[in-house]
Ligand binder design. Structure first.
Ligand code: KG4
Ligand code: ZN
Length: 339
């Protein structure tokens, strides 16, 4: 089964072709709009939709060529239908449904979060998910701990009650004058710090029971600290980037540890843009995998952030299990709970 995947929920146009029989991405391309949005310090929805329209057709053509395929070879079209920015979702879904209608190929709308959850399976058949497992999605739009009972069956264990982890990386990045998106740029800066700074930031909600997160307090603590500084030089920015990243990662680690203890589940997948962070992977290895003999699965780095491959893969699983869109229905939504 060969599936064309289309992702346009935010500021990446992602197109990929996935062959389920071979468990292989045959072709894959992502156009990232970060340069377009960087001067605004965040994603401008109107600009994002306009750019998806510009890029979606040439990218699809490119990926078909890369894969040595034509539309006649495609068995199904999977597109992100929720959650995300509605204008952007509409571009991907209208494009997918038009192709589906014109070429008589079945289509399926995919929940973006399901795409992130399945992303560690891309190009790696050796990964065996034993159900149930815990999924931690840490992205720009979401911070959720999920119990995956089996494929397509999810329970929410905890989530951020305010900002998502990625959003706070982006906001702190903006405060320090780093380019958008803040996450990878904070990581780069933090890597330059050679010693532990003399100050520290809070690990919010770690003393509160349960598995919810709250990151707005951490964001405000960084803002207050920054405003108090007389010398706002690179040295100070580097120390703040390091201390902030450490507080964020340790908070995530504490909640993961608690999730393991509460559920007694020792398989975890961690996905979404923030899971590309190497310090996070290192600290979670020490605090979680080594300490509790847990398996942590990550997507390959390039599939941590938004991409078409995870949507193609999720579509292939769904379509093999008989799921299809009703023929002419296009339904996109800014919200899109999995539960
Ligand atoms: O999954 P994603 O591409 O989009 C959403 O579904 O939201 O995640 C984007 C987020 C951004 O907030 C970005 O700053 C963050 O992921 N991010 C990172 C890193 N790479 C991307 N955060 C921390 N460290 C990174 N290396
Ligand atoms: Zn995402």
């Amino acid at each position: 089964m060969i599936i064309l995947g289309i992702e346009t929920s935010c500021d990446e146009t992602g197109i990929a072709i996935y062959d389920k029989n071979k468990n292989k991405i045959l072709g894959d391309s992502i156009y990232s709009q970060t340069k377009l949005h960087t001067k605004y310090g965040g994603v401008v929805p109107e600009l994002a939709s306009r750019n998806h329209i510009e890029k979606i057709l040439p990218l699809t053509k490119k990926v078909l060529t890369m894969s040595n395929l034509s539309l006649k070879d495609i068995d199904g079209i999977a597109y992100t239908s929720k959650p995300g920015m509605v204008g952007s979702l509409m571009v991907g879904s209208a494009f997918a449904k038009t192709l589906s209608f014109m070429c008589d190929i079945p289509s399926i709308g995919i929940n973006h979060l399901e795409g992130h959850i399945l992303a560690p399976l891309i190009n790696d058949t050796s990964k065996k998910f034993n159900y149930p497992f815990i999924a931690l999605i840490i992205s720009g739009g979401h911070t959720q701990l999920i119990k995956v009972n089996h494929l397509y069956n999810y329970n929410l264990l905890g989530e951020s009650i305010d900002d998502s982890a990625g959003e706070v990386f982006d906001k702190v990045g903006r405060l320090l004058g780093l380019p958008y998106p803040g996450g990878p740029n904070i990581e780069k800066l933090a890597n330059k710090q050679k010693s532990i700074p003399l100050f520290d930031f809070p690990r919010p909600m770690c003393k509160t029971e349960g598995l919810n997160f709250s990151f707005s307090g951490l964001k405000s603590a960084v803002l207050r600290f920054w405003n108090k500084q007389k010398t706002k030089n690179t040295l100070m920015k580097t120390e703040i980037a390091y201390a902030f990243q450490k507080a964020m990662i340790e908070t995530i680690s504490i909640k993961c540890e608690r999730a393991i203890k509460i559920t007694n589940i020792k398989n975890i997948i961690i996905s979404g843009g923030v899971s590309a962070n190497q310090s996070l992977r290192m600290i979670l290895k020490q605090n979680i995998s080594d300490k509790y003999k847990c398996n942590i699965f990550y997507p390959p780095i390039k599939y941590c952030t938004d991409n078409g491959a995870m949507i193609a893969l999720a579509g292939a699983y769904r379509m093999s299990d008989g799921y299809r869109d009703p023929d002419l229905k296009i339904a996109v939504s800014s919200n899109g709970s999995l539960f």
